[in-house]
Design a protein around this ligand. Structure first.
Ligand code: NOJ
Length: 765
């Protein structure tokens, strides 16, 4: 009797408990705790997350880990007629996130189903590749990195977030922070080039720009591709990466850490393997480094079917095996392989994956949904009026122009051919990229529209005087094999005072899977350049491309060369402003330009070797048929004015690990224009317990100097900047001698020396 009574009481208590849990969840979910959340947001979010989690079935939990692409392809879709299959899955709580669903209207339709028709009303997260703009296309990331202006890049990302968020997007798969030392790799265009320090600076700037304080107008950032995706052998996308852990930690990981420190809430696992382990199943990367060492609290999404691809890698026997390997390694959300949704429940039953592991991933995803305010305002980015107001607004377009012109790099300017006068009588604009509307958008342009693009011909026409004739002749297509239209181009050149020759690559010759085995100008463009050269007219070459090209002949023979990359919708305006001197170019290369493809890998921060290259000594590290140097070094870029460096000073010949070293230099604008210069500081650790690079960028600053103006620029560095990965795979510094270099690019520098003297206690740290 007593037993029955007890049972009744227990049942009652447990019902009461359940009821209280549900009530608490509802109160929490409805924002009841808003006041205290201002006091300790993370703690309150964690309570809210737990309360929702406690209501979820295993199937609903697994649903949160499932991300699908909306529509049939892999690009953005605005198709508002939601297919039945998606409706059903959302209602059943089987989708946590969509990628590629865009537009206030479509995202509203999808979200409505999630928050009104699914059992637990958990909002969906909408992701998209906003790589360099949503509708207003900004310069490709490699171009933006050429500005060497983190504040500018941050602003650019902020505007990109404003536009994307107005079209329903919560989350961008950017920044791509992969270091790229091989320009054959097509995805070099999506990152900040070859250098770790420039890369980590830009990574943080982009995260800050996208995420702000995660309130309205911001989107969630995703640092990708974790990790070392840019180290693909031979520059072939998706290829094996075979680098030692020290190189991984010193060269490839710091931009990720920097993105994390700047607040990046999500990471994407890369396609490649490192040392035999594909990233989507890599516990060392996803759990030990990312979470245990670095303390990452956000979630990791796979790349597109990268979980499934572990079967091809020979790392998983089937999708089920792949799902189990991934989730156990620390990957939280499955993009498109459907391996989680199909297999995790069974894997839990079989005890190959614990429910606690799944709970952890669900919590990480719900945490972001709460933090981003989606439980409170699921429709916050589904406002049609806001969409119309912000997309292609004048303010965003102005920003796109500003960023574009500041991303241009002047590579050559013999006899000060540039800037041109605006009242020339005839200007010939020649080449396949002169009037192209599509190519200036560059790869990964989201919903960028070629009709919005200002071409080079159009940009020039806007700036010249009414009496100037602007003649256009295409000459050939980008990949033409025919020279049939050369005659017209040559005739047009002959009639003109100056030729603007616009050559380079198609917009989709870089980007995912777009690798090349040569860096030569595609098609017959080189021949076109040679024919134009024969006219004897002064030629300004405008390059449009997403990677360094091997242009030795152009460099030897043409008077001026402007590296324009892919500058987005304002390409023509930005280029014209530079051509006519309305803007004095200030960009610097974020990557070395090889003389020829055979020189790869060639990057400035290489090791010295036991036999450093020496042109006069045969038995040294070099090619018989090439100079030691690249065509243009990392950090190179000219201005219409000249800058003279003098008076390099160090605050002390020696620092301890608690002291800072001040390095200062005097810079004078000695030319005829006001202008900007990027002052660069490099360090070399002369002797180490492991060998160190010949030079490493540690600081830079862009300064503006009026004509004849002079300024002292000073930088501070400390022991932290001298660290590297030691034998124990931890970050260390060592007492000893260092060189410090300051200059206008990585090759043209002044130098001095200092010592780091570590105290005993700090060497033991
Ligand atoms: C594959 C790419 O590698 C990745 O960068 C991108 O974010 C996803 N596809 C989604 O489009």
């Amino acid at each position: 009797m007593q037993k029955q009574k007890d049972k009744k009481i227990l049942r009652k208590q447990s019902m009461k408990k359940k009821f209280l849990t549900v009530l608490l969840s509802v109160l929490l979910v409805s924002g009841f705790t808003n006041r205290s959340s201002r006091e300790n947001p993370e703690e309150i979010i964690s309570v809210r997350v737990d309360s929702v989690l406690s209501l979820m079935t295993l199937e609903e939990k697994i649903g949160q880990l499932n991300q699908l692409s909306y529509g049939s392809g892999w690009g953005p879709s605005i198709k508002v007629q939601v297919p039945d299959q998606y409706k059903k899955m959302i209602r059943e709580g089987k989708i946590g996130s969509f990628l590629n669903a865009t537009g206030a209207e479509l995202t509203y339709e999808l979200q409505k189903i999630a928050v009104t028709e699914s059992r637990l009303k958990i909002p969906l997260l909408f992701g998209l590749d906003v790589i360099h703009g949503f509708r207003t296309t900004f310069p490709v990331p490699l171009a933006e990195a050429s500005s060497w202006e983190p504040e500018l890049v941050e602003r650019s990302s902020k505007y990109q977030a404003l536009e994307a968020s107005s079209a329903g997007i919560h989350w961008t798969f950017a920044p791509m922070v992969d270091i790229a030392r091989d320009p054959r790799w097509g995805r070099i265009v999506e990152g900040s080039g070859e250098d770790t320090y420039l890369g980590l600076t830009m990574a943080a700037a982009r995260v800050r720009g996208f995420q702000g304080n995660l309130s309205d107008d911001n989107i969630i950032a995703c640092a990708k591709h974790f990790a070392a995706y840019g180290g693909a052998e031979g520059g072939r996308d998706y290829n094996t990466v075979d680098i030692p852990e020290r190189t991984l930690r010193d060269v490839y990981l710091p931009p990720f850490k920097s993105a994390l420190d700047a607040g990046a809430e999500t990471f994407m696992a890369s396609f490649n393997e490192i040392d035999g382990v594909p990233s989507s199943g890599n516990r060392l990367l996803l759990t030990e480094i990312l979470r245990n060492e670095w303390g990452f609290k956000g979630f990791v999404v796979s790349d597109w079917n990268s979980i499934g691809e572990m079967i091809n890698h020979g790392f998983a026997s089937d999708l089920k095996d792949a799902a189990s390997i991934s989730i156990n390694a620390g990957l939280d959300m499955d993009m498109e392989s459907r391996s989680f949704i199909a297999n995790l429940a069974e894997l839990v039953k079989e005890k190959k994956v614990s429910e606690e592991t799944i709970d952890l991933s669900v919590k990480r995803i719900l945490r972001i949904k709460f933090k981003f305010g989606l439980f409170d305002k699921p429709f916050k980015y589904c406002n049609k009026e806001r969409e119309t107001k912000n997309i292609m607004s004048q303010e965003v377009q102005n920003a796109a122009l500003e960023v574009a012109k500041r991303s241009i790099v002047l590579l050559k300017n013999s006899n000060s051919l540039l800037p041109l006068k605006k009242d020339l009588s005839k200007i010939a604009v020649i080449g396949p990229l002169a009037d192209s509307k599509q190519d200036p958008l560059g790869p990964w342009a989201a919903v960028g529209n070629p009709n919005d693009v200002v071409t080079i011909v159009e940009g020039i026409k806007k700036l010249v005087t009414p009496k100037t004739e602007v003649l256009f002749s295409k000459g050939c297509d980008i990949e033409d094999t025919s020279t049939d239209n050369f005659d017209d181009a040559v005739k047009t050149a002959t009639e003109s005072d100056v030729v603007i020759l616009c050559i380079g690559e198609r917009e989709n010759m870089t980007g995912e899977a777009n690798n090349r085995s040569t860096l030569d100008l595609p098609g017959v463009q080189q021949k076109l350049a040679e024919e134009i050269y024969k006219t004897g007219k002064p030629v300004v070459v405008i390059l449009m491309n997403g990677r360094p090209l091997s242009i030795e002949w152009i460099d030897r023979n043409m008077s001026a060369i402007v590296e324009a990359w892919f500058l987005g919708i304002k390409s023509g305006d930005a280029i014209a402003e530079v051509l006519f001197g309305d803007y004095n170019p200030s960009g610097k290369l974020p990557v070395s330009f090889p003389r020829t493809v055979g020189q790869i890998p060639i990057y400035y921060n290489h090791k010295n070797t036991g036999r450093p290259g020496n042109e006069r000594n045969r038995f040294t590290s070099k090619y018989l048929d090439l100079p030691l140097t690249p065509l243009y070094p990392f950090g190179f870029g000219l201005s219409y004015t000249n800058f003279e460096y003098s008076d390099l000073k160090l605050s002390s010949p020696e620092i301890s690990d608690e002291q800072e070293l001040a390095v200062s230099v005097n810079i004078k604008n000695t030319g005829n224009f006001d202008g900007e210069e990027v002052v660069q500081l490099y360090v070399q650790d002369l002797v180490g317990s492991v060998t160190r690079p010949v030079k490493e960028l540690k600081r830079f600053k862009k300064i503006f100097l009026k004509k004849d103006e002079e300024q002292e620029v000073s930088f501070k560095i400390s022991e932290k900047d001298l660290r590297f990965t030691g034998h124990e795979m931890t970050s260390i510094s060592e007492s000893g001698e260092f060189k410090v270099y300051v200059g206008t690019n990585s090759a043209d520098v002044m130098e001095s020396r200092f010592k780091l003297v570590k105290t005993i206690s700090s060497s033991l740290k």
